[in-house]
Design a protein around this ligand. Structure first.
Ligand SMILES: [Zn+2]
Length: 498
């Protein structure tokens, strides 16, 4: 054997050894991309949104790109350390953060869908996601994906007060201040989305509410409000029934909310009952769960249930999902709530079952089960939350919603940009609202061109530069949010350089 041949033979032997010794390492084409096709790396994080209010947050999708040249089938494990993050099922959530395994039969693009459980502060957050790829031979590659949470929580003055009255509780359940706080919080979390501007005050003794007896749903008595109030009066009290179940209802013995132009189809009082021993079991209640412990609130039959979740649900019945509300009854007669906003959002009218639940409806943006369908949906079990579907349903029942992107279709707000002169530095900001508020901007295909010297930043919606020449420009701007297969929205925006 010549030395040349020997070298060639050696390198053939050495190559696989070298490759083996170098794993794990980054595999250049093992990447992640967001829905806009941007590579997710240190420069471009994956954006999640924590919407205003205590509301289920949007599920955000991204793609893992698995290259050729590894041994298939392979597997990817995606995980993060933040317990408020979660992936679509099958996956786990818990104190050490979420974890999801994805089978990879061949090279290609594999979607991952995730979200973050809401908190109550307005701080943006940064996390890191790890995707660990293991091929059939056990070789591993790792990818770090930075996550940035755009937190839209701000403190908003409630315009729809809800007073929780515990004086009808004969069980001592609500002697515990923390339980009272949980119920008041769950109540305020609903009405925080409602516009109560102009609601007429209810004078003392003017409102009547039925109170179930302590033994449950077999009888009771009627009370009148001792004090005047505005908004909603909720009686929260403990019961002990054979079925070990909770309840909630609007008062059909009382009056309707009144504003200047007349009566609204909305009740102004109701009740909410909790079995003191537990929810369908006698295991008691989880009273003080942090947002980071949302995953403990599975509300399954064999565990102590989360007081917040059940209070949230029963207050939902008291405020809207109930036969005390004429528009709910009307919808129930035809089996579904048929408003243009719900049709546009869901693509169909949500069905209402005999329990006044939206059985079978999965909220499309958050991918969680809508009201009364909380055990379903595509996300892990955990604390029950309001979904955009629920809010659109509240609107359909007669509530006026405060402006919120979750209940607003995606659209461009800007109609006219500030005008300018040739040669002068220019900077303007396009604005959109609604949908999932992570926007990507472009000129629509049929649009006039931007003035020469000026450009549009696709990520920020900023228009900058030094315009040359004069003109009146009627631009067709396209905005897109990170929903797969969503067409986005187009708006006409005028810009004058003179
Ligand atoms: Zn229910």
């Amino acid at each position: 054997m010549t030395s040349k041949l020997r070298a060639a033979a050696l390198s053939v032997l050495l190559l696989p050894l070298l490759w083996g010794a170098r794993a794990p390492e980054s595999l250049a084409d093992f990447r992640a991309e967001d829905m806009f096709g941007r590579s997710l790396d240190g420069k471009a994080p994956l954006h999640l949104v924590d919407w205003q209010g205590y509301l289920a947050n949007p599920a955000i999708e991204f793609d893992l790109l698995i290259p050729e040249g590894i041994a298939f089938p392979a597997k990817v494990v995606v995980k993060a350390k933040e317990p408020r993050l979660y992936f679509t099922l099958p996956s786990s959530a818990g104190p050490d953060g979420p974890r999801k395994e994805i089978e990879i039969p061949e090279a290609g693009s594999f979607p991952v869908i995730m979200s973050i459980f809401p908190d109550r502060d307005g701080q943006d957050e940064r996390y890191s996601l790890t995707a660990e790829l293991t091929d059939r031979k056990g070789k591993q590659w790792e990818l770090e994906i930075p996550i940035e949470v755009l937190d839209q929580d701000t403190v908003r003055d409630s315009s729809y007060p809800i007073t929780v009255n515990f004086l009808q509780d004969q069980t001592k359940f609500y002697r515990d201040k923390k339980k009272r706080e949980v119920v008041q919080q769950a109540a305020s979390d609903w009405t925080a989305f409602f516009d109560g501007t102009g609601l007429s005050p209810v004078p003392a003794k003017a409102e009547q509410t039925f109170i179930w007896k302590k033994e449950g749903f077999t009888g009771g008595h009627t009370v009148r409000n001792d004090d005047p109030y505005t908004g909603y009066l909720l009686y929260a009290y403990g019961i002990q029934t054979d079925e070990l179940r909770a309840g909630g209802e609007g008062s059909d013995q009382g009056g309707f909310q009144v504003i200047e132009r007349g009566e609204l189809p909305l009740r102004r009082s109701g009740g909410m009952q909790i079995d003191t021993r537990g929810n369908f079991n006698q295991l008691g209640w989880l009273v003080e769960l942090e947002d980071s412990e949302w995953w403990k609130a599975t509300n399954l039959g064999d565990v102590a249930n989360d007081l917040y979740s059940i209070a949230h649900h029963e207050i939902g019945h008291a405020l809207l999902f109930n036969r005390a509300y004429p528009l709910h009854v009307q919808a129930k007669e035809i089996g579904a709530m048929n408003t243009p906003a719900l049709l546009a959002y869901l693509g169909k009218a949500p069905k209402i079952d005999t329990f006044d639940h939206l059985h079978g409806t999965i909220d499309p943006i958050t991918r969680r089960g809508a009201y009364g369908y909380e055990y379903y949906g595509e996300m892990p079990h955990g604390r029950w939350l309001i979904t955009p579907t629920d809010l659109l349903f509240a609107e359909a029942v007669g509530y006026t919603l405060l402006p919120h992107p979750a209940t607003t279709p995606l659209r461009i707000v800007t109609t006219t940009l500030p005008s300018s002169r040739p040669g002068r530095p220019y900077r303007a900001q396009l604005q959109a609202t609604g949908g999932v508020p992570i926007y990507r901007w472009a000129l629509a295909e049929n649009s006039a061109k931007l003035p020469p010297g000026v450009k549009l930043n696709a990520d920020t919606g900023e228009i900058t530069g030094k315009p040359r020449g004069r003109g009146e420009y009627e631009l067709q701007i396209h905005v897109q949010d990170p929903r797969r297969n969503h067409p986005g929205a187009v708006g006409t925006v005028k810009l004058t350089i003179s």
